[in-house]
Ligand binder design. Structure first.
Ligand code: HMG
Ligand code: MG
Length: 304
């Protein structure tokens, strides 16, 4: 299959990245990050989540962040909503695009959202109905698609069963997440071959973590399978509170560098993206997780 001419990037850093940070991050810093990502040209930014603050305290201020960001026309600003209560809070905050999330493994589903996969899908039904009423679009996530921290291997057929349900319920796109980052290019290709039989490939997205250093290779493998939407996180922020040892999501800067090199259009500007990553890394007080940003920063201070 030939490579696509255009790819859509879904920036998950302010949510999937920051949710994992133990240190408090102010609403002002989160707003600054989202605004910098908008300025870099991203078309979809996941701003926060309306979940239990007992489990994910960092996302507690999501409504305030939504109230203060500068929205640019044509850009989607999304939020995770695990249940009807989260959905209602999101509506009060003026959210127009939501995401529901299920797991491909039973053990992860229990740890992450405190219920079985079947129960989680049942929980989403009223959200889907309410979203339709409000004219809100819904994205679906499946996590642990290439391995589970509790169960080990996960069969692609298991992933296909959950993705099919989310798509049938009305999710316009289903993002397949390698939450623990153990996937390889071969496993990624097999995954999309199997899931692609149940959900059209142009309705699937890839969400890779870089724990084993395979995320960029897995994105390239996904491109070869006809996938054109990828989730990534500025400065490689992230991990997963329910998957010990999982490193960050693949860095947006690194994905963009790959795509630029392939001549694939995204509408995103690398230099502005690197700036956004520098800003949030300074707030967190640690070096960026992006290899590209590290290399660019080193070039700036070290004459060659
Ligand atoms: P529950 O069924 O109510 O059960 O919520 P619970 O015991 O987990 O809930 C505890 C408390 O949260 C209760 O309050 C609820 O009322 C309250 P208490 O009685 O203890 O005072 N609560 C809420 N509060 C605010 N907003 C809400 C809400 N719902 C309940 N919406 C639930 C189940 C799933 C909602 C809860 O367990 C939860 O929010 N968990 C956090 C899940 C989460 O955010 N996980 C991380 C995101 S998923 C992910 O990272 C993977 C992904 O990024 C893909 C990838 O990386 O591969 C998508
Ligand atoms: Mg993730």
């Amino acid at each position: 299959m030939s490579l696509p001419s255009h790819v859509r990037l879904v920036e998950v850093g302010p949510r999937d990245g920051l949710q994992n940070e133990a240190q408090p991050i102010s609403v002002a810093d989160k707003v600054k990050l989202v605004d910098a990502l908008t300025a870099a040209g991203l078309g979809y930014i996941e701003v926060g989540s309306f979940v239990s603050p007992k489990w994910v305290p960092q996302m507690a201020g999501s409504a305030d962040v939504f109230a203060q960001i500068q929205r640019k026309a044509g850009v989607k600003y999304g939020a995770l909503t695990p249940n009807l209560r989260g959905f209602e809070d999101a509506m009060t905050a003026g959210v127009k695009e939501i995401a529901v999330f299920a797991a491909a493994s039973e053990a992860f589903s229990q740890r992450n959202i405190n219920c079985s996969i079947g129960e989680s899908l049942e929980r989403f039904a009223p959200i889907m109905a309410a979203a339709k009423q409000h004219g809100v679009t819904v994205r679906g996530y499946v996590s642990c698609v290439l391995g589970c921290p509790y169960e080990g291997a996960v069969a692609p057929e298991q992933v296909a069963a959950v993705a099919r349900e989310l798509y049938a319920m009305g999710c316009y796109e289903v993002s397949l997440g390698d939450t623990i980052g153990t996937g390889t290019a071969g496993a990624t290709r097999r995954l999309f071959e199997v899931v692609g039989k149940d959900v059209p490939r142009d309705k699937l997205a890839g969400h890779f973590h870089d724990t084993y250093g395979q995320a960029i290779a897995n994105i390239y493998a996904s491109l070869l399978e006809g996938i054109q939407v990828f989730d990534s996180s500025i400065a490689g922020l992230g991990g997963c509170p329910y998957a010990k040892g999982a490193s960050g999501n693949v860095a947006t800067e690194d994905v963009l560098y790959l795509l630029n090199g392939l001549g694939i259009e995204t509408g995103v500007e690398l230099e502005r993206l690197i700036l956004a990553g520098q800003q949030i890394s300074a707030v967190l007080g640690r070096p960026t997780g992006s290899r590209v940003a590290k290399a660019r920063n080193a070039e700036r201070v070290t004459p060659v």
